[in-house]
Design a binder for this molecule. Structure first.
Ligand SMILES: [Zn+2]
Length: 971
């Protein structure tokens, strides 16, 4: 092989690098001569995998020594260094082969710093070649083609791309020559790419100044690249037919012609080019469509999904993209930094500074510091604090509202609020918007401390206040703004994969892929609530019992493969993905693809092809409601209880809420039951007050097999429920008379108590059998309401909210299961459900859970509830109703070894008056033996006020010995 040298003479005072290469394509081999006019005494040459054949200075060969791919040459003075080398490239970012030549990595001896390059290459005839060039000279002779590339500017490296199959399409924009190098099979795309190229050149010449070169080429590559080099962009064949490439990526790469390919990144000091290019390309295109805020929100969603403590770094340390996390930092957060800069300085100063930056730093390496200096000069203010907090600090600031208050002030309203930050206090301008129906008022507030207080005075009653609803700040998202999406699963360091019950082999590929990502692997039966709380989950198989345990019933998508991501109900920072598939092949193929669909909450694939995708709704901005529109009722539309009975009579299930101690509420329940029974004899009554193991006792009582007294004793009514039985008696009497079935809805009280104290995990295997299989913990509004209830408890601090929440849901789910089971066995029945209002209002406790199970139509009737939207279907205001309650001994009792002992007396106690004393053991009342407190209550239930009972007690005496005494207590 003959090499023609030298092609150029060294003329300029600049450092020059002449490179002359030829190829043996069959053997993937390059042979080259580098001639370097370094203009320094010593140079360091990065040779990587290259084989260096010889090195000479001014044609004098010198001995050389290469260590770890580095060749050092010294004592050059003003001579010309010549390096002859060869290399074989078959993969990664350098490839020489039949499909073409793509050399974008280390393919020639590289020297740090900027050089003026002259590249000459010889290729077989029929090839076309591209490199950084203002002009390309092509000479064909003797079956080969020689290309000479002329790029008369300093640059820090060059590339070379060539292929036999290129067809070149040419066009112009002003005085710029535009070329499209596409493979013949893709030539149809060339025109579109050229049109878009012109559109982008016009856009950017308008914003940041003239395109810097004489030519621009769009070059298709057989390798999957997306690169921008001075004068051309290199796009992979795998993506050129995708619509978003011309819509976004092409514009992004064209903008790099200024940022990166004209003003070079000073990588040592941080790569600013991606953030700036993303901001003025990808982001700008969305902004032009009015969706800038959505783009910025997505950037923050990506950041929070992919970036964690382990992979987080300050923006200044970004060099290049190596994965999702570095992309979220170097592209996403950095773009947000430019957005904040533009907001602060104003558009004029921002764009003027960018034009100055390009002019002053063309063909040079530039840093964040250079950008800052030019912005400071134009803005006239110091910006060091800004660049320091956003470039040198890791992470994003955390913002929230505190002490939001809206008060009347004369004829106006004053809204006052604190903006609180997390650990680190940033200095920034936080936009706050007040909403008045369709009208908004937005203002910016400068914060600089952990808490800053502000106020706004407005003419009208504001409905809500929202912080940063347009995502103008790079900040952490609140839970409500953060949808459950696949990215959060991909970005989580802690994942537990939960095996399906059957067909385990279908998911073996998924488990392997997850284990490569350090996921733990568990069976559904062995996973504890603490595991769930600490991790994101991949739940395999729609029949996986964990789905019912967390969400009640799975949403299913009928497809070859589906994934549905939901919030982890035990930890709002984590998610759970439910995956399901038909065959191992479908599952393996589709699961590998989900990594490209990070922003979605649900996906479905058939034979590897995406057929469905969805992102769940999430909040916009950090919002607090102020004044809501007051509720009103139309008086002429008021109904009577009878109207309500008529309108609910067609429903399968009628829920009637109560405050347990209100006779009036129970009377409403009774009226409704009687009214419904008059229309339909197939009515049943479901009661919270009775627990499932006692269903047989209820049946016996209704059937007339046992007396009321036996019923009260055997159903353990006083032990397990305890409210005065007079409250419920009319309803139960009516049920017994008319043989209306009673359904014991509740779970055993002991189980709820245990869960409330130590959580579901604390239940024994036996106890777990009493739990319903379906448990839905995902109703966040219910959770929020229960949080408020929980905080009102006296000893909330000592107790665990998760356990409290578990016990409430266990209670609700058991009752809804009992209702559902009754209706499954008795499908022709209608059921009236009596329960505390808390289990019924907003449908959260029982009604929606029953609906999830069977889909039956229902009505929610509440007593004395607040009038609020969605609280129920009807609210009854029954007034007060006095009722006679059972008399009391006016003592406090405790049970001790099967004996009932008096602990103390209430004020003016009839028992104390009769002579009983604390410590006395009650043996019998009216000769009926007393074994328990409920025996006392059952006995007294049948007494009236003013009657006298004979209480026999055992009194312990220290010296005289125990004695039995009988007392007459007048109730
Ligand atoms: Zn880029």
């Amino acid at each position: 092989m003959v090499l023609f040298l030298p092609a150029f003479t060294f003329a300029s005072e600049l450092p020059e690098y002449h490179l002359d290469v030829s190829f043996d394509i069959q053997n993937a081999k390059i042979t080259g001569v580098a001639r370097i006019n370094a203009r320094s005494k010593d140079i360091t040459v990065n040779t990587g995998q290259l084989k260096i054949l010889d090195v000479s200075i001014d044609k004098q060969r010198i001995p050389f020594d290469i260590r770890k791919g580095i060749l050092k040459i010294s004592g050059i003075d003003k001579g010309i260094v010549e390096i002859r080398y060869e290399g074989v490239f078959r993969d990664n970012n350098n490839v020489i082969g039949e499909k073409g030549i793509s050399l974008t990595g280390l393919w020639y001896p590289q020297i740090e710093g900027l050089f003026r390059y002259r590249l000459k290459t010889t290729l077989p005839e029929g090839y076309e070649a591209v490199s950084e060039a203002e002009g390309i000279i092509k000479n064909t002779k003797n079956g080969s083609a020689e290309f000479i590339f002329d790029f008369p500017h300093l640059v820090d490296g060059i590339s070379l791309v060539a292929a036999k199959r290129y067809k070149i399409t040419k066009d112009t924009f002003n005085d710029i020559e535009i070329f499209a190098y596409f493979f013949h099979e893709d030539i149809e795309f060339a025109k579109k790419y050229i049109e878009y190229t012109k559109k982008y050149l016009r856009l950017y010449e308008g914003i940041i100044g003239k395109y810097p070169y004489k030519r621009f080429s769009v070059v298709e590559n057989f390798l999957p690249t997306g690169l921008s080099m001075p004068t051309y962009t290199l796009l992979g064949q795998d993506v050129v037919n995708l619509p978003f490439i011309v819509e976004t990526s092409l514009g992004h790469e064209i903008l790099h012609q200024w940022f990166g390919d004209l003003v070079y990144a000073d990588y040592e000091k941080g790569n600013w080019t991606e953030g700036l290019t993303t901001y003025l390309a990808d982001h700008l295109y969305e902004e032009q469509k009015g969706r800038g805020w959505e783009y910025r929100k997505q950037a923050l969603v990506d950041y929070e999904s992919y970036v964690n403590e382990k992979n987080e770094f300050p923006v200044r340390e970004f060099r290049g993209r190596v994965g999702f996390a570095s992309r979220a930092i170097g592209y996403g957060k950095a773009a947000m930094i430019f957005h904040m800069l533009k907001k602060m300085t104003g558009e004029d100063i921002f764009y003027r500074s960018l034009r100055d930056f390009i002019k002053e730093k063309a063909f040079q390496k530039a840093s964040w510091g250079d950008l800052r200096a030019i912005l400071e000069r134009n803005y006239g203010k110091d910006l060091q604090w800004f660049f320091r907090q956003w470039l040198d600090e890791k992470g994003l600031p955390e913002l929230r509202f505190k002490n939001v208050k809206a008060v009347r002030k004369g004829s106006k309203f004053e809204v006052s609020f604190d903006i609180a930050q997390g650990e680190k206090a940033y200095v920034m301008d936080v936009p706050v918007t007040l909403h008045f129906g369709d009208i908004k008022r937005k203002e910016s507030f400068r914060v600089d401390k952990k808490t800053n207080s502000f106020s706004m005075v407005v003419d009208r009653e504001p409905e809500k206040i929202v912080m940063d609803e347009d995502y103008d700040i790079a900040r952490q998202l609140s839970n409500k703004e953060f949808p459950p999406i696949i990215a959060r699963l991909i970005g989580d360091e802690k994942i537990v994969a939960v095996s399906p019950i059957g067909k385990k082999e279908l998911y073996s590929g998924v488990i392997e892929m997850l284990e490569e990502r350090n996921a733990a692997h568990k069976e559904a039966g062995e996973i504890k609530d603490s595991d769930i709380k600490a991790s994101s989950l991949v739940i395999m198989g729609n029949d996986n019992p964990l789905i019912e345990r967390l969400y009640g019933k799975p949403e299913t998508i009928d497809a070859g493969f589906s994934i549905i991501v939901r919030n982890n109900p035990w930890n709002q920072q984590k998610v759970a993905a439910i995956i399901n598939g038909r065959t191992k092949e479908e599952i393996d193929t589709a699961f590998r693809k989900i990594f490209h669909y990070g922003k979605y909450s649900a996906l479905a694939f058939d034979r590897g092809k995406n057929i469905y995708k969805r992102t769940d709704e999430s909040g916009r901005g950090i919002a607090v409601n102020l004044f809501e529109q007051p509720m009103a009722v139309e008086v002429s539309a008021l109904k009577t209880l009878n109207d309500v009975i008529n309108s609910v009579s067609g429903k399968k299930i009628i829920y009637i809420g109560e405050h347990h101690d209100q006779f009036a509420h129970h009377n409403v329940q009774f009226q409704v039951i009687k009214g419904l029974y008059a229309k339909n004899k197939k009515v049943a009554i479901g009661m919270e007050m009775f627990q499932m193991p006692f269903q047989g006792i209820l049946n016996g009582y209704i059937a007339g097999r046992i007396s009321e007294k036996e019923f009260l004793k055997k159903s353990e009514y006083f032990k397990r429920w305890g409210f005065d039985y007079n409250l419920y008696k009319p309803i139960l009497d009516f049920a017994r008379e008319e043989k209306i079935p009673l359904v014991a809805l509740n779970i055993r009280r002991e189980i709820v108590a245990k869960v409330s104290k130590s959580g579901l995990d604390s239940l024994s295997e036996e106890e777990k059998k009493e739990m319903p299989r379906q448990m839905d913990f995902s109703d966040n509004e219910y959770r929020d309401r229960l949080t408020k209830v929980f905080k009102m408890h006296k000893n909330a601090k000592e107790r665990n909210f998760d356990f409290f929440y578990q016990s409430q849901v266990l209670w609700d789910e058991t009752m809804s299961m009992s209702i559902d089971e009754f209706l499954k066995k008795n499908p022709d029945y209608q059921i009236v459900v009596l329960a505390g209002s808390g289990h019924i209002q907003y449908g959260s406790g029982i009604p929606k859970r029953v609906f999830r199970r069977n889909g039956y139509d229902y009505a929610v009737v509440l007593n004395d509830a607040d009038i609020e939207k969605t609280i129920g279907d009807y609210i009854i205001f029954p007034g007060t109703l006095e009722g006679v309650t059972a008399p009391k001994l006016m003592v406090s009792l405790r049970e001790e070894k099967g004996r009932v002992v008096i602990e103390g007396f209430s004020e003016n106690s009839v028992s104390e008056k009769a002579g009983l004393k604390a410590g006395d053991m009650i043996l019998s009342i009216d000769s009926e033996l007393i074994d328990s407190v409920e025996d006392v209550r059952i006995h007294l239930f049948y007494k009236k006020k003013g009657e006298t009972v004979k209480v026999k007690a055992l009194r312990k005496r220290f010296i005289l010995g125990d004695v039995e005494i009988e007392f007459d207590v007048t109730l």
